[in-house]
Design a protein around this ligand. Structure first.
Ligand code: OAD
Length: 230
């Protein structure tokens, strides 16, 4: 199971780093909640547009590639559960990574389409300068496909992640502060079901006590060594 630290060495900032983290510099309730988006759709859309550019420009790091290579060598033996909204696991070869917090490159309608079920759904979106695309028929806006604070996780992803936690022999937790639930509960759940749990993180996390083993290293530094020879 991975968090933002997994992609830090690809140049994508984490959320809670005291200096560079998004939530150290910006207010999550303005930028990662439905209320925040409705209050300032243009400002929030532009912030996600910048993050999207960063994700598109980033490359998988040696940690992503180690996981991807293991999955290729041992089909069916590795399930990647990620809280990350980038697509670096997918590009490194874990195309079926379970995405608990959505996909930043995906657009969703903000509101349920009023025409769904009664004819053709809205499909005519266009962008004003720096504004989120808006449906020309009903005014509905597009929003980024990430899970915001106060929203439920996608049920299919959460169910698949819980099943993987219940069934795995080993859970490796990489680059997460363990501050956000329900993802933070998966390590304890796996341990409770009999898995051996290791955490890879250069710093302490809130779920360190769930681990049998703490590996004080970075994703790109530690994962290639951990998977070497397997
Ligand atoms: P955080 O920013 O809370 O935590 C990042 C963790 O990565 C910290 O524990 C760091 O010590 C660790 N870290 C930093 N660099 C690392 C490296 N190179 N290798 C390994 N670990 C490193 O990020 P998350 O735990 O992912 O929600 O945050 C959880 C959720 O909170 C995110 O998914 C996001 C945010 O609000 C959504 O986007 C919905």
């Amino acid at each position: 199971m991975t968090g933002a630290g997994m992609s830090a060495e690809s140049g994508i900032p984490t959320f809670r780093d005291a200096r560079t983290g998004y939530w150290a510099r910006f207010d999550p309730m303005q930028l990662a909640s439905e209320q925040g988006f409705r209050a300032d759709p243009g400002g929030v859309w532009r912030w996600y547009a910048e993050r999207r550019q960063g994700v598109r420009a980033a490359q998988p790091n040696a940690g992503h590639l180690a996981l991807g290579a293991f999955a290729q060598r041992h089909p069916g033996r590795l399930t990647v559960i990620t809280q990350n909204v980038d697509d670096l696991h997918q590009r490194a070869g874990n195309s079926d990574a379970i995405r608990l917090h959505g996909d930043i490159l995906l657009d969703l309608w903000l509101d349920e389409c009023p025409r769904r079920g009664v004819g053709r759904p809205c499909d005519t979106a266009w962008a004003g300068a720096g504004e989120p695309p808006v449906c020309g028929e009903c005014g509905n806006r597009l929003r980024p496909g990430v899970v915001w604070f106060g929203e439920n996780l996608p049920l299919a992803a959460l169910t698949a992640a819980e099943q993987a936690a219940d069934q795995c022999e080993v859970m490796l937790v990489v680059g997460t502060s363990g501050a956000v639930w329900p993802a933070a509960g998966l390590a304890a759940r796996a341990r409770g079901a009999g898995a051996w749990v290791a955490i890879v993180n250069p710093d302490a996390s809130e779920i360190d006590s769930d681990a049998h083993q703490l590996v004080r290293g970075t994703a790109a530094g530690a994962l290639p060594a951990l998977f070497d020879g397997w």
